[in-house]
Design a protein around this ligand. Structure first.
Ligand SMILES: NC(=O)c1ccc[n+]([C@@H]2O[C@H](COP(=O)([O-])OP(=O)(O)OC[C@H]3O[C@@H](n4cnc5c(N)ncnc54)[C@H](O)[C@@H]3O)[C@@H](O)[C@H]2O)c1
Length: 257
């Protein structure tokens, strides 16, 4: 796929899926604004197609400043990938409301603020140009719930619903932005490595047993890799996906929840 001349913004770009998505767009010729609350891995900024900035996606003023920088340098934005996310673990009985609120603020609120801040730039295009697009990285957790991580599942379900509302609202207003979500099952990233360690401690299960059980939940017989998710994102971002909006794309190896 070719994304030459496209201006792309990816959140959560310092690690895992967001990092892989950033590199894939840059390799396909796009200019990529890569943002994260943490530092970029060494070497990322040396790619001439990648501009790295720090951003906490819950910081509305930070979003406004970022959008000003993009407008000054590139005038427009074609593709926004809301990938940054967090996961917390704990029993519902012991979870303070602050943890619920933080999960909603990052996993729903980050994408919500991103769309609000970026919409004016995404809409800056000729009437006959391909539509801009937003891709929210949700999760299979948004359909089936997650024991011991109810905050994550609830916040991802909210993100999935928000995606569909945004898609319909923009289209009905005649505003040319497609909005879709991607739903990975278990993908081999630092987040999953950390999750397995936490669950192992919480439930007293050996990490290798968690890994084995995780594989068994995916009919295809393996967990996913970041490239699996990247392809889903590129497909939805491609101008040829012009009739696809409000869609939730499962990248789940056949797992249904
Ligand atoms: N790995 C999986 O199995 C899996 C499955 C389903 C969905 N997802 C989703 O995919 C996305 C990427 O996950 P990953 O597995 O690559 O995790 P990861 O931990 O490797 O990357 C997440 C990135 O988000 C950044 N981030 C977190 N909070 C932020 C904030 N407030 N502002 C800016 N950046 C912030 C982190 O610094 C990190 O670089 C997440 O939204 C996650 O929920 C992952």
């Amino acid at each position: 796929m070719n994304f030459e001349k496209k201006i792309v913004l990816v959140t959560g770009a310092a690690s895992g899926i967001g990092l892989a998505v950033t590199k894939a767009f840059a390799e396909a010729g796009a200019k990529v604004w890569a943002v994260d609350i943490h530092n970029a891995p060494e070497g990322l900024s040396s790619d001439k197609n990648i501009e790295f900035r720090h951003l906490d996606i819950t910081d509305s003023a930070g979003w406004e400043a970022l959008v000003e920088s993009i407008a000054a340098a590139d005038e427009t934005l074609d593709i926004l990938v809301n990938c940054a996310g967090r996961i917390d673990f704990g029993l519902i009985a012991n979870t303070p409301w602050e943890t619920v609120s933080k999960a909603m603020d990052v996993n729903l609120g980050g994408a919500y603020r991103g769309i609000q801040a970026c919409a004016p730039l995404l809409l800056k295009r000729d009437a006959d140009a391909p539509w801009a697009c937003v891709i929210n990285i949700s999760s299979m957790a948004s359909y089936g719930g997650v024991p011991f991580s109810s905050t994550y599942a609830a916040s991802k379900a909210a993100l999935t619903s928000f995606t569909k509302s945004a898609a319909q609202e923009f289209a009905k207003l005649g505003q040319h932005i497609r909005v879709n979500s991607v739903h990975p099952a278990t993908i081999d990233t630092p987040m999953v490595a950390e999750t397995n360690k936490t669950v192992s401690t919480l439930l007293g299960i050996k990490p290798e047993d968690i890994h084995r059980e995780s594989i068994a939940r995916h009919p295809i017989g393996r967990i996913g890799c970041v490239e699996d998710v990247v392809f889903g994102v590129l497909y939805l971002a491609d101008d040829r996906a012009a009739f696809t909006t409000g869609y939730d794309l499962k990248v789940s190896g056949g797992r249904e929840i």
